[in-house]
Design a protein around this ligand. Sequence first.
Ligand SMILES: [Zn+2]
Ligand SMILES: [Zn+2]
Length: 238
Amino acid sequence: MVDWVYDELVLAADLVSRNGWTGVRAASPEARSLSALLRRGQLHGGEQLPANFRSGSSIQRKTYDLATADEAYAGKPTRGGRLDALVISAFRADITEMQARAAAIGTALNAGETLPLEPDEVDDVSVREGGILEHIARRRERDRGLRSRKLRAVLDGGGLIACEVCGFDFGQVYGERGEGYIEVHHVRPLHVSGETDTKLDDLALLCANCHRVCHRGAWITPAEVRLLVTAAEKTSAL
Ligand SMILES: [Zn+2]
Ligand SMILES: [Zn+2]
């Protein structure tokens, strides 16, 4: 059996959330269309998949698992059930956000995006919880044109090429080798902003550490990271 990845669970939980928090039958149009989408295997990086992979009945089974996973999570988590519980409780906590995420995953898959089997530059937590949207976001952030427009705008505005959260300046710390280095981060995640026309205001300049913290698990904004830093500084000063 091929383990369900986070994005697949989000799509299945989306069906549950639209079906009175219960599972869908294998023969239902919803199960059939999700089965057809997942069977393309894009979330498994083109891996060889078994013939019965994500069949209608496997969709049915998983949606019923998800529907009961909430209670299972409160009790003793079963093997493999932990991620189910995590996803369904995310839907319970913020249905608008999670349905938007499901829609964005569907859009990405329909556009032919494939999650690489071994994603680069992405930590385990991001892969598990960010999936294909995280993959697209990282690629978007590596866009050199966007990066140079942002840097130019900051310099033209009299700003510094330094981390907006902690002030780290690569040039100052590493000298010539670090000069001009900074990472560009999209403040709004893909399922919120959509993939079209990125505004320079949606981009933040961050050091590698603050950037990683923004992406770790569910995205938080640089402003929120700043609050974490301030709180931690207060604690350590006591
Ligand atoms: Zn920083
Ligand atoms: Zn980023």
